[in-house]
Write a protein that binds this ligand. Structure first.
Ligand SMILES: [Zn+2]
Length: 322
């Protein structure tokens, strides 16, 4: 399972692990394989999967690079290619953001607008307009402040606790989270979320709004009914706020689920996205399971280049990454 919410690959830090990682990125970037992979990648579709924008300057440099070297396309353009059965142009890149962190609006949108880069944002409908934190941030905070629950004894590392919670049947995850809330020394800080008006602002500025469930459970840990309800309730909430039905979905944590997929097909969704660190075809074969590349706003330039070329994903898989 990809470690979505702990993954911070590419941060330029001074810890030994960061230094080692940066050295590997530099070696890969200058290896003779990089131009070979880059040439092959030109014939594939790159869908970049971001979360929040925690490093504005680095994100601006990444978008400048995309504008210069790739062909940014909109979600509507991807869906048009699928509808017409015609592959997207070479070097097509779609930029996407999961979870709807407010930094997309405050930090990301001005950069996207400056370069004329369209994007798509997959938002957690149950959080819109409120100030509840993402559940994984809340769980990590509570564990770090002495919270305990079954299977989460004192001393559990926050990242390990989140990984464990993601694997539990969803009802169990919710019960453990309640346990953490009632035992931690302090409640998690509130987190202002995007409002319905913010969603319309993003949409009108070229960021298509997609469905990312009501409250972000891993759908493969849900029952058939829970999974369908997560898709359908979020769909109707978004349609109400936007005045149009969403046509695209991103699986929470990237975990695909057949029950969710059936619900998406029933609502006439055109596209749904994974988080599997792969390119896809310029005409994706499985529109409800389109591959994406994992990237952070703080990914270093060397790593950004090798992610776009497909060399980083290939090495990641060779080393046993999921
Ligand atoms: Zn997510």
């Amino acid at each position: 399972m990809p470690d979505v919410h702990a993954a911070r690959g590419g941060i330029t830090g001074t810890a030994p692990a960061d230094i080692r990682r940066n050295r590997i990125d530099t070696v890969l970037r200058h290896s003779p394989l990089q131009p070979v992979f880059r040439a092959l990648a030109a014939g594939r579709l790159a869908v970049l999967a971001y979360h929040g924008i925690d490093d504005r300057r680095s994100f601006a440099a990444q978008m400048a690079r995309l504008a210069r070297t790739a062909r940014p396309v909109s979600l509507a353009r991807v869906e048009q290619a699928l509808r017409e059965g015609r592959p997207l142009p070479p070097r097509s890149v779609l930029v996407t953001f999961d979870d709807g962190d407010r930094s997309l609006l405050t930090h990301g949108l001005p950069v996207l607008a400056r370069h004329g880069i369209p994007a798509a944002a997959f938002v957690i409908a149950g959080l819109i307009g409120g100030d509840r934190p993402f559940w994984w941030s809340e769980a990590a905070f509570l564990v770090g402040h002495g919270g305990t629950a079954d299977g989460l004894p004192p001393g559990t590392a926050p990242d390990a606790a989140v990984r464990l919670l993601k694997r539990l049947p969803d009802g169990e995850r919710r019960r453990r989270l309640e346990g953490l809330r009632s035992t931690a020394a302090a409640p998690a800080p509130r987190q202002p979320q995007l409002s319905p008006e913010d969603l319309r602002t993003l949409r009108d500025a070229g960021v298509a709004i997609g469905n990312h469930t009501v409250d972000h459970p891993c759908l493969d840990t849900c029952t058939r009914e829970e999974s369908a309800e997560q898709v359908e309730r979020a769909h109707h909430l978004l349609a109400g706020w936007l005045g149009e039905e969403p046509t695209s979905f991103a699986y929470p944590n990237g975990n695909p689920d057949p029950h969710a997929e059936r619900a998406l097909a029933g609502l006439d969704y055109r596209t749904a996205f994974l988080f599997d660190h792969r390119h896809d075809r310029r005409l994706p074969r499985q529109p409800l399971r389109i591959s994406r590349l994992r990237v952070n706003a703080c990914t270093t330039p060397h790593r950004f280049d090798t992610i776009l070329s497909g060399l980083h994903p290939a090495v990641h898989r060779l080393r046993g990454g999921s």
